[in-house]
Design a protein around this ligand. Structure first.
Ligand code: SF4
Length: 65
């Protein structure tokens, strides 16, 4: 099975909070209203994929290694 890695482009994050809403175990807004990726060990791959799809600026990318 290929390993998947999550890339978060914080520069283009506009702090809408949608990723945190659908995958709160993987994403959290920090003090500067930018999303932080907390790791993919607690959230399901489906949740992370949903966050990537829902992000309005498409700054969450799931990369297959
Ligand atoms: S959904 Fe995208 S733009 Fe919105 S907070 Fe998350 S990473 Fe940032």
């Amino acid at each position: 099975m290929k390993k998947k890695e999550v890339h978060l482009d914080r520069f283009h994050c506009k702090g809408c909070g949608a990723c945190e809403e659908v995958a709160p175990k993987a994403f959290r807004l920090d003090d500067t209203e930018k999303a932080d990726f907390l790791g993919d060990d607690k959230a399901s791959p489906e949740e992370i994929e949903m966050a990537a799809n829902i992000c309005p600026t498409k700054c969450i990318e799931i990369v297959e290694q």
